[in-house]
Write a protein that binds this ligand. Structure first.
Ligand code: C2O
Ligand code: CU
Length: 464
């Protein structure tokens, strides 16, 4: 990044927490780098009381790191990244690096790829991100509760040839389930968990309600949007500036498309190139138009002299080195998402909702209790055509760990061959997803509406 964009990011970052400074590097976030190993970040999962609503402290929140909130980590494509998780919560946790194609032992799924990290214990994560883009990290243990209370952060992987923007703004979107007194209420309602999930009561971007961020007049801005909520699906529109979608879930999009035509569901990331208008003091607004009432997510107020930038000044994003799906040699793999109510949930160190409402191919599993058998054993290096059906009346953002897939077709809409780790299935949709099983290990495949995941809509694939 240029120093200009770094400065602007600092300004943008100032909105991210009452305590002030936040920067581009993990060091500036207070995620202190250990002296002996300068490249390893200390990532402390910790309890927190924080004035989220502006009306007093919300008690028993959770976060990563010691700095301002929420944490944004940065790594470089093709360069070693390391983080030591220190668990100072009162319960076990793990970290999953969502969307990063990494070795199975670093994937953060208890029992399947690593032990629980108990209170007071540490776990060392180390990997070299092969792909540039917008990723994130969150726990994979008692996930509804831990994510619901705040545990999640963005991971930006910088590429060597990333186009240079005048500013970069991370936006981490999420709701909180708070009562009128600003304190947490029950994380879910069973009748909602059996439908589209239980919605939060207080909506935020970067832990702030409708934040206003400074942006350069007439400048080109990279907006990195992360849908980090456990339930909410978005349809975005931008007022007062032009926006091009440049990447979905970390990968450059094959063709630019209109912002409001694709829903963005829990787990997903959307990178936008914004061209700001040339009038200092003007405002642009990011709005969610999915609900019955449009909802302002964040606004951008233009500052400084008109940079008069042209979107044509930006080079394209470089495609990530994801292996190419081989249509002619692919084997089929059939999967059906279903509603089920017939098996009792298994007890779990990582918590249970007490219900199994959902299943994949009729098996209900929560993803963090003792695994049964993998849904399928895939041969290392082979291509698979996942034929995925959603006969339920609800949307399900399905997420695969450890590997990306390409969206081949849908029975309901025109799709681009997006390369992604999460695909938001519409009700009654059937899709074909092309996967190259190039990463050995046991990889979870689950709905990212966390109540659905935890109430059974989880399975795993074994690659050997
Ligand atoms: Cu972000 Cu298993 O998920
Ligand atoms: Cu779901």
């Amino acid at each position: 990044m240029t120093s200009l964009s770094r400065r602007t990011l600092l300004k943008a970052g100032a909105l991210m927490g009452a305590a002030g400074a936040i920067g581009a590097g993990a060091g500036a976030l207070g995620l202190g780098r250990a002296l002996a190993e300068p490249n390893r970040i200390d990532l402390q999962a910790r309890p927190l009381d924080f004035d989220l609503t502006g009306k007093g402290l919300t008690k028993s929140m959770m976060t990563y790191g010691e700095g301002t909130l929420p944490p944004v980590l940065r790594a470089r494509q093709g360069e070693a990244f390391a983080a030591r998780l220190l668990n100072t919560l009162k319960e076990p946790t793990t970290v999953h690096w969502h969307g990063v194609r990494l070795p199975n032992a670093m994937d953060g799924v208890p029992l399947l790829s690593q032990p629980y990290v108990y209170p007071g214990d540490t776990f060392d994560y180390a990997f070299t991100p092969p792909d540039a883009g917008t990723f994130w990290y969150h726990p994979h243990c008692n996930t509804l509760e831990q994510m619901g209370r705040g545990l999640a952060g963005m991971l930006v992987v910088e590429g060597k040839d990333d186009p240079v923007f005048d500013a970069e703004i991370p936006l981490m979107l999420r709701d909180w389930r708070l009562g009128g007194n600003g304190q947490f209420i029950a994380a879910f309602k069973a009748r909602d968990a059996a439908k589209s999930g239980t919605f939060g009561t207080f909506r935020t971007a970067n832990w702030q309600e409708e934040p206003n961020v400074e942006a350069p007049t007439g400048g080109l801005v990279r907006l990195r949007i992360l849908a980090a909520d456990v339930t909410r699906i978005f349809n975005f529109t931008l007022e007062g500036a032009t926006a091009d979608v440049i990447a979905l879930d970390g990968n450059p999009v094959p063709k630019r498309f209109a912002l409001d035509t694709l829903m963005i569901a829990p787990g997903q990331r959307l990178d936008l190139a914004l061209r700001m208008p040339g009038t200092e003091g003007a405002t642009a607004r990011l709005v969610d138009i999915r609900g019955s009432q449009p909802k302002l997510i964040a606004s951008f107020t233009l500052k400084g002299p008109d940079l008069k930038r042209n979107p044509g000044d930006l080079g394209p994003l470089t495609a990530n080195p994801v292996p190419r799906f081989d249509e002619s040699a692919a084997e089929n793999l059939d999967m059906v998402l279903s509603a089920t109510a017939d098996s009792a949930p298994k007890p779990s160190i990582c918590g249970t909702l007490g219900y199994t409402f959902w299943a994949i191919n009729k098996v209900a599993w929560s993803g963090d209790t003792d695994p049964t058998a993998p849904l399928s054993e895939l041969k290392l290096g082979r291509s698979y055509r996942i034929r995925l059906a959603n006969p339920t009346p609800h949307a399900h953002p399905i997420h695969l760990h450890g590997m990306n897939f390409v969206v081949l077709s849908s029975n309901m809409r025109q799709v681009q061959p997006f390369v992604t780790d999460t695909w938001a299935m519409l009700p009654d949709e059937k899709v074909e997803l092309g996967l190259v099983a190039d990463n050995p290990g046991d990889w979870v495949f689950h709905c990212h509406i966390i109540e659905h995941q935890k109430a059974g809509m989880t399975t795993y694939l074994r690659v050997v």
